[in-house]
Ligand binder design. Structure first.
Ligand SMILES: [Zn+2]
Length: 248
């Protein structure tokens, strides 16, 4: 395809040459694409400020050499000013785009992933919602999208309903005391992960730090790492929080 116009989320960017930048995008209908933004690091560039990590944009691209596209026009779909005003929200966003960037599916479009990604950005931009459990809930949604959602309503090994005392991402969910492996899970964390997976996410994200939050973040990161088979740096970072990296 010579030209394309599509909605996209910027996963990451890196410098190229004197004043150019390459942006890696997840597009709605064309999967992951790499885009060269010529002159974008000059103060006069009309693309300035558009192809930044976590930007939600509409792009008009023209094919260049190899699999690289050139950015002709880029417009914000949403400015995401609340997201950008908070390191906690920005870092939650980074944890999400890093995982999407690790999905081994170049050139394979997946509109479901785009929709999840766009919804994450809008959630992080909404001051009603707390950011801390957004990455964990996104990881579970992404696993469900791939048909790999962890089992949390019974023992994944023997099917017993409880008591469930452990979680093992390698086995794929919660375990009873007979079958236990992985690490212990508290009743609070079990209740929380069931709420997230069971359709109560909107209410969960309005709570500042519900009991079990730390455990759920860890088991969500473990599950997504297990799924993609490598360690994901941002998925694991819970700590605050350095200023935004800049390549200008
Ligand atoms: Zn069991």
């Amino acid at each position: 395809m010579r030209e394309l116009q599509d909605d996209a989320v910027v996963l990451r960017t890196y410098k190229s040459g004197e004043s150019d930048r390459i942006a890696v995008l997840w597009t709605r209908q064309h999967g992951k694409v790499r885009v060269l933004a010529r002159g974008i690091r000059k103060t006069t560039s009309k693309l300035g400020g558009t192809l930044e990590p976590l930007a939600y944009v509409n792009v008009h691209l023209v094919k260049s050499r190899g699999d690289l596209y050139i950015a002709r026009q880029v417009q914000h779909r949403e400015r995401l000013t609340t997201l950008r005003s908070s390191y906690a929200r920005i870092n939650a966003g980074y944890a999400v785009v890093e995982v999407v960037d690790a999905i081994p599916s170049d050139d394979v479009a997946d509109e479901g992933i785009f929709d999840l990604l766009a919804r994450v950005l809008l959630t992080l931009d909404n001051p009603e919602f707390e950011p801390s459990l957004v990455p964990a809930s996104f990881f579970f949604r992404l696993l469900a999208h791939d048909g790999s959602e962890p089992v949390v309503d019974c023992c994944v090994n023997c099917g017993r309903e409880g008591p469930l005392v452990a979680f093992d991402a390698q086995v794929g969910g919660t375990l009873c005391s007979e079958c236990r492996s992985g690490y212990s899970i508290s009743p609070e964390a079990l209740a929380l992960v069931r709420r997230i997976l069971g359709g109560d996410l909107g209410a969960v994200l309005k709570e500042a730090s519900p009991p079990g939050t730390g455990e759920v973040m860890t088991l969500a990161s473990d599950s997504i790492e297990q799924h993609f088979g490598r360690r994901l740096r941002a998925a694991r970072s819970t700590a605050p929080l350095s200023p935004l990296p800049t390549d200008r």
